[in-house]
Design a protein around this ligand. Structure first.
Ligand SMILES: Cc1cc2nc3c(=O)[nH]c(=O)nc-3n(C[C@H](O)[C@H](O)[C@H](O)COP(=O)(O)OP(=O)(O)OC[C@H]3O[C@@H](n4cnc5c(N)ncnc54)[C@H](O)[C@@H]3O)c2cc1C
Length: 384
C-alpha cells in the first residue's frame, strides 16, 4: 500500500537527482527523493568537480553547445546556494592549461583552439616559456618536453560533493523530503503509468517519477521493460597533500588532470575502466595516475597521498546523456548517462527536467538527448 505521495518522486541522490529536486522545490512542486546510500554516494561524490566544456571537446556538436550553456549556470547557482543555506560550493574559475607534451599533440590542440575561437570562445595558444610564466610551478619542470599549452581561461570548478549536498539541503529547506538509506527495490507500472515505487521502508507514488540513479539506472529501467543501456565506467582519483604553492590552473595532459582545491589538496584523475560495479581503488590505477602526474612535473611524485577513491560514471553507448520523458510511459522522466560531465551538466539538466515537470516546453532543445535514439539490439526482448 502506498504510504507517501508527492508531485515528483526522484530516484537517486547524485548531482542529477539533487539538482532536479532543488529546482522542482523552487518551482513549488512537492518532492520526494530516494537515495540508496547517502547523498553523493555515487559518481557525483567521486568527481573532481571540473566545469570544463572546452578542454575535451573535439567538435562543436550539440553536446558541446549544451555544455557551454550548462557551465554558465554554475556561477549564479553558487551565489544562490551561498545566500540560501550559507554553503560555499567552492566555485572558482582557475582556467585550464591543456599541456602538449609532444609536438603531435600541439598540432591537434591548435586545431581545437581555431574552431573554438571561431565559435567566439576564449582559447589561446602559449608556447613553453609562456606556460612557465603563467604557471610558475612548471618552471623548468616539464619544459624539456613541453611543446606548449592551450589556455582556456573560462573553465571553472566546484567541490562536487559539497555542491550535491548543498542542493539536497537547499531542496529540503524548501520542503523536499530527502530520504537517505532508502534503496528502491521495485518500480511497478500498470499500462503506461508508474503506479508505485517500493522500498524497504514503504511504497511511494507520485505524479511523475524521475529516474536519475546514475550507473544503476539501467537496472531499474529494466524492471519496467524500458531499454536504457547505461554502463558503469569506473574512474579512479587520488588526492595529494603537502604542496606549499598550488598550481594556479587546472593542469591537463593527455594522460591525467590535476585540479588544485581550496583546502590545499591537488586532485589527480582519472582512469576510465570497464570493471562492472566494483568501486574499489586499485594499485594499477595509482601507478597510472602517478605516471601521468610526474610526467607533468617530477615534484608531484614526492607528495603524500591523502586519499584515493573511485566512482562509476553512467555512460550510454553514444556518450550523450538521456534526458526527457520515457517512451511508452505517461509519468516517467529519465535523466542519466552524463558520463564524464555530470557535475558540469547537472544543474542545467535539473532546470530543464523541472520545466518538463511543470508542463512547460523545455527552454533548450532536448531532441539530441531523447531516449528514442537508444534503439535496442534486434535480439533484445522489449516490452515497449
Ligand atoms: C573519478 C570521476 C571524476 C569525475 N570528474 C568529473 C568532473 O570533473 N566534472 C564533471 O562534470 N563530471 C565528472 N565526473 C562525472 C560525474 O561524476 C557524473 O557524470 C555524475 O556524477 C553523474 O551523476 P548522477 O547523479 O547521474 O549519478 P550518481 O552521482 O552516481 O548518482 C546516482 C545515485 O543513485 C543512487 N542509487 C542507485 N540505485 C538506487 C536505487 N535503487 N534506489 C535509490 N537510489 C539509488 C546511488 O546511490 C547514487 O547516489 C567524474 C566521474 C568520476 C567517476
Amino acid at each position: 500500500m502506498v504510504s507517501h505521495t508527492s508531485d515528483v518522486l526522484i530516484i537517486g541522490g547524485g548531482i542529477i537527482g539533487c539538482s532536479t529536486a532543488y529546482y522542482c522545490a523552487r518551482a513549488g512542486l512537492s518532492v520526494t527523493l530516494l537515495e540508496a546510500e547517502i547523498i553523493a554516494a555515487g559518481a557525483s561524490g567521486a568527481a573532481a568537480g571540473m566545469l570544463a566544456s572546452q578542454v575535451e571537446a573535439h567538435q562543436p556538436d550539440e553536446l558541446f553547445e549544451f555544455s557551454l550553456a550548462a557551465r554558465a549556470v554554475h556561477a549564479q547557482l553558487a551565489e544562490t546556494l551561498r545566500s540560501e543555506i550559507g554553503v560555499d560550493v567552492e566555485y572558482r574559475v582557475p582556467g585550464v592549461l591543456r599541456l602538449a607534451l609532444e609536438d603531435r599533440e600541439a598540432v591537434d590542440l591548435r586545431g581545437r583552439q581555431k574552431w573554438q575561437e571561431t565559435r567566439g570562445l576564449r582559447a589561446e595558444w602559449l608556447d613553453a616559456p609562456q606556460v612557465a610564466e603563467v604557471e610558475p610551478l612548471l618552471k623548468g619542470a616539464a619544459s624539456w618536453r613541453l611543446a606548449g599549452a592551450l589556455h582556456l581561461p573560462d573553465e571553472a570548478q566546484v567541490r562536487s560533493p559539497r555542491l550535491v549536498r548543498a542542493l539536497a539541503e537547499a531542496a529540503s529547506k524548501r520542503g523536499a523530503r530527502v530520504l537517505e538509506g532508502t534503496p528502491v527495490t521495485e518500480v511497478v507500472a500498470t499500462g503506461d503509468r508508474i503506479e508505485q515505487v517500493n522500498t524497504a521502508v514503504g511504497s511511494f507514488a507520485a505524479g511523475t517519477v524521475v529516474l536519475s540513479a546514475g550507473a544503476w539506472s539501467g537496472r531499474l529501467a529494466s524492471m519496467l521493460g524500458l531499454y536504457l543501456p547505461v554502463q558503469p565506467i569506473k574512474g579512479q582519483i587520488v588526492a595529494l597533500d603537502g604542496l606549499l604553492a598550488l598550481p594556479q590552473h587546472i593542469l591537463w595532459s593527455g594522460e591525467c588532470y590535476l585540479t588544485p582545491k581550496s583546502d590545499g589538496q591537488i586532485i589527480v584523475g582519472s582512469t576510465e575502466e570497464h570493471s562492472g560495479f566494483d568501486r574499489r581503488p586499485t594499485l594499477s590505477a595509482l601507478l597510472q595516475l602517478a605516471t601521468g602526474a610526474t610526467d607533468i612535473s617530477a615534484r608531484f611524485g614526492s607528495l603524500p597521498v591523502a586519499q584515493m577513491w573511485a566512482g562509476l560514471r553512467p555512460a550510454l553507448p553514444d556518450r550523450y546523456p538521456a534526458m526527457g520523458r520515457a517512451p511508452g510511459f505517461k509519468n516517467l522522466i529519465v535523466a542519466t548517462g552524463h558520463f564524464r560531465n555530470g557535475v558540469l551538466l547537472g544543474p542545467l539538466t535539473g532546470q530543464l527536467m523541472t520545466e518538463i515537470l511543470c508542463d512547460q516546453s523545455p527552454s533548450w532543445d532536448l531532441t539530441p538527448f531523447q531516449l528514442e535514439r537508444l534503439a535496442p539490439p534486434a535480439h533484445a526482448s522489449q516490452h515497449r
